[in-house]
Ligand binder design. Structure first.
Ligand code: APR
Length: 309
């Protein structure tokens, strides 16, 4: 295949992302991890599924970052996952070191790539990735909004007993406790959910969405979610490769939209060949805007902990 995607981290999220990418059949995949044998073994295993599953892209595993050379897209999943009782922010400094080290190598070996960050705490790690690579902000984005929205879509479909794919949802803000689900912009085949679900149930669904990652951490006990995060990352890759101009929520660098600047946070974007081609500014009501700006202020504090002014 003439397209190449590098997936950094061959753990749960990385390996599942590589699997979905292989199944999507649009690029060769290079899986990178520091643990010797893990990416190589998983890569070979995924290749050997190809003849049965009907895909032809090669999945290779490596411990060397130089093997990402020429990658069109890099998906950053390396890092430590949350354990029960741990917030995404607890991961902050541990994962910042990992992301910073990987970012230097991306800059060196794949300087033209678009980078999708999945490592948590997501919005902060995406900011850090952009600063260390020095890439234009449109080429560095974070995968959170698609995941948070797909969680909300699933809960609404469960509530109504309708097709999950018919539900469209928009979730903004930080990927964490400061998430801002937007029921007003959520529909079932174009019908606003307020017409279909009582207000108290919508509130409960929005709350469950905001705690969606934590719910899975609690159940798994030894790690965090990976199927939906991986699926969300692959949807973003597809939008970039096919220049789909897809409207998705993603963590993007704001330059004054929503009265916020100099941070990454979840907003609706147009995703195409150039990465984040546009940030859409929705008309938020007072409460929604306050929540989004509240998310932003929390992040500004966390960026200070990371040494950014
Ligand atoms: N370079 C490459 N791989 C690394 C590096 C590094 N510098 N540091 C750690 N890794 C690898 C680990 O060896 C491990 O295989 O990252 C992998 C992480 O895998 P898991 O522990 O299974 O974690 P996972 O569930 O995949 O989550 C990864 O995604 O959703 C987020 O919060 C989650 O930040 C976490 C990340």
């Amino acid at each position: 295949m003439n397209k190449k995607i590098a997936v950094i981290g061959a753990g749960n999220v990385g390996a599942t992302t590589a699997m979905y990418l292989a199944e999507a059949n649009f690029a060769d995949v290079v899986l990178v991890d520091i643990i010797e044998g893990t990416p190589q073994g998983k890569g070979l295993d995924l290749c050997q599924a190809g003849p049965v599953r009907g895909y032809n892209g090669m999945v290779t595993g490596t411990n060397k970052m130089k093997d990402i050379k020429g990658a069109d897209i890099v998906i950053m999943t390396a890092g430590l996952p949350r354990k029960p009782g741990m917030s995404r922010e607890d991961l902050l400094n541990m994962n910042a070191d990992i992301v910073g080290g990987v970012a230097k190598n991306i800059k060196k070996f794949a300087p033209k790539s678009t980078v999708i960050v999945v490592s948590n705490p997501l919005d902060l790690m995406t900011f850090h990735m952009q600063k260390v690579t020095g890439f234009p902000a449109n080429r560095v984005l974070g995968q959170a909004g698609v995941l948070d929205s797909t969680r909300m879509r699933t809960f609404i479909a469960m509530e109504l007993g309708v097709a999950m794919t018919d539900v469209q949802a928009m979730v903004l803000g930080g990927h964490g406790d400061t998430m801002v689900p937007l029921p007003r912009y959520t529909t079932v085949s174009g019908v606003p959910i307020a017409e279909l679900i009582p207000a108290d149930r919508i509130k409960a669904i929005a709350k469950r969405t905001a705690g969606g990652g934590g719910e899975i951490v609690k159940l798994l006990k030894t790690g965090s979610a990976y199927y939906a995060p991986a699926a969300a990352s692959v949807q973003m890759c597809r939008a970039i490769f096919n220049d789909e101009k897809k409207v998705l929520a993603a963590s993007a660098s704001l330059t004054g939209q929503y009265g916020i600047k100099n941070i990454y946070i979840g907003v609706p974007v147009v995703l195409g060949a150039k990465g984040v081609e546009k940030i859409l500014e929705l008309k938020l009501n007072k409460g929604e805007l306050k929540s989004l700006q509240g998310s932003a202020s929390t992040y500004k504090e966390h960026l200070k902990i990371m040494g950014y002014k």
